[in-house]
Design a protein around this ligand. Structure first.
Ligand code: GLP
Length: 244
């Protein structure tokens, strides 16, 4: 779906999420959301915060799982995805702290393998992801599933692509400060979501969006795996959709 601009599109996506939360709440059920970081989802979070303040949207029945986190990374670090999520969303809504899950960028390398298995288990125990919000990197990554990621991959440690590190360099004040690794949900983790919405804004996303939607399914562009998902919508602005 191509919108005139990302503002309009973000409101539509936030409304879908809010409706799902309300629908689940009426049935006394938890709503399990997979959440993304980066600039793309910021306006969606802004709108959800607005709905919380102005329309009484409650997040008491919401359980969240974030896609990824740099490794190693402290939660106090302003570049951490932990920091990002609290700054843009969790600090402003009534979600229960125990319902928030963000991969731990400080987990010891010895404990990492088990940690990733447990992260998957927690998603399953919560009933699976009802809704997964995604952005897309210029490498075609979703979460941090870089080119080469397997269709059946689960949560794991990944080595970041050079392009991803170049794109992250400004916010780290230089590529030498960008971590080389990250913990990310896998392709299989994302694919298991009942509903997926991928956001793409701006001309710089146009060519990867074209490859993702029109290209062959390939581990070289991990987002192409979404072509096989039964309930995925790509939500774009006119610039990001301009090469389709
Ligand atoms: C990072 C995140 C991705 C995100 C991508 C795009 O690499 N790990 O989840 O989709 O950036 O970022 P942006 O939305 O800022 O373009």
């Amino acid at each position: 779906v191509i919108f005139k601009n990302s503002n309009e599109a973000s409101i539509v996506v936030a409304t879908e999420i809010a409706n799902l939360i309300k629908e689940k709440s009426q049935k006394n059920e938890q709503c399990v959301l997979g959440l993304a970081t980066g600039s793309s989802p910021i306006k969606v979070y802004e709108e959800l915060v607005r709905m919380h303040h102005k329309e009484g949207l409650s997040f008491k029945n919401v359980v969240t799982f974030n896609l990824d986190e740099y490794y190693p990374m402290d939660i106090e670090n302003i570049q951490s995805y932990y920091y990002f999520m609290y700054e843009h969303l969790f600090d402003h809504i009534d979600i229960l702290p125990e319902n928030v899950h963000i991969p731990d960028g400080k987990i010891s390398s010895n404990g990492l393998y088990q940690y990733c298995i447990d992260y998957e288990m927690k998603i399953k125990e919560a009933g699976g992801l009802d809704f997964q919000l995604l952005g897309i990197g210029r490498t075609g990554h979703i979460g941090f599933n870089e080119p080469g990621s397997h269709y059946n991959s689960g949560t794991r440690m990944i080595t970041l692509d050079h392009i991803t590190r170049v794109d992250a360099a400004p916010s780290f004040l230089g590529i030498e400060n960008v971590p080389r690794k990250a913990i990310t949900m896998g392709i299989a983790t994302v694919r298991a979501a009942k509903r997926i919405v991928l956001l793409g804004w701006g001309q710089h996303k146009a060519s990867i969006i074209k490859e993702t939607i029109e290209g062959n399914i390939s581990s070289q562009v991990p987002a192409t795996y979404l072509q096989e998902h039964q309930n995925t919508t790509f939500v774009l602005d006119t610039e990001a959709g301009s090469e389709l």
